[in-house]
Design a protein around this ligand. Sequence first.
Ligand code: GDP
Length: 160
Amino acid sequence: SFHTELKLRDTGVGKSSIVWRFVEDSFDPNINPTIGASFMTKTVQYQNELHKFLIWDTAGQERLLSCTAQSSSYSLSVLQETFSTLKNWVRELRQHGPPSIVVAIAGNKCDLTDVREVMERDAKDYADSIHAIFVETSAKNAININELFIEISRRLPSTD
Ligand code: GDP
């Protein structure tokens, strides 16, 4: 098995909520940052492969989601609040991250139709231009959370 990391940055964008929805299939509107200082695992089956996500959601400025998967490549996902910080982080990632990397961008809180930081089309075009996964998610309403992680699994190269 190999090690995959998902770095989670920025507070308030819903990272803990996404992980909580993914692992526990529930939503806590008063999610406590200390809940986040925890370790969780979840196994996703994609075709005949099991991808086990090992998630450390720490309360610090930087969070790390680590995934051990039957894969020879790293996967790394970014969940960011604004477009410019997202672009800065992707640049940093490309420079300092593992050479073979899967980037996934989650446009979270898509249930909040009146509050929109980034147009879906712009985000999609940007994701395409850097060969990243893009999905609009809602941890609250359980929209595209499993799909996000399954898509990451799907992009991890098969071992055979
Ligand atoms: P983190 O700091 O990035 O881990 O963000 P949290 O998971 O702590 O969420 C920050 C706030 O956004 C909390 O009040 C959550 O209830 C709320 N939140 C998270 N995900 C969603 C979502 O999909 N929809 C809505 N409406 N609120 C969300």
